[in-house]
Design a protein around this ligand. Structure first.
Ligand SMILES: [Zn+2]
Length: 101
């Protein structure tokens, strides 16, 4: 293996890593996952890292400021309630929610 071939191999790996890292970061951001983790997975593992991010389930959207996200134990509906609310009615099944988060 001569030096030219080795140099081409390293440059190719860096280019593929940069492209896959960018794709991984974009995918991770769209799925509410950690963007830097998507970047590193794509960079170091290439297409396999991108595939891993693609099959990872998305995180739910974060609750707005001053709200927290809770899931109803009865109907499994996710909803945002004010952080200082201790008791709240579920919008779907109208049962009382007792936030445990
Ligand atoms: Zn409910």
């Amino acid at each position: 293996m001569d030096d030219d071939f080795l140099g081409m191999l390293i440059v190719s790996a860096l280019i593929v890593g940069a492209i896959c890292g960018r794709i991984g970061a974009i995918l991770a951001a769209r799925k509410n996952l950690r963007t830097w983790a998507g970047l590193l997975l794509g960079f170091f593992f290439g297409p396999l890292g991108v595939l891993l991010i693609a099959v990872t389930p998305s995180n739910p959207d974060p609750a707005p400021k001053g709200m927290k996200s809770v899931v109803c134990q009865t109907c499994n509906a996710r909803q945002n309630i004010p952080t200082d609310d201790q008791i709240h009615d579920c919008w779907q099944c109208k049962r009382q929610l007792t936030p445990s988060l």
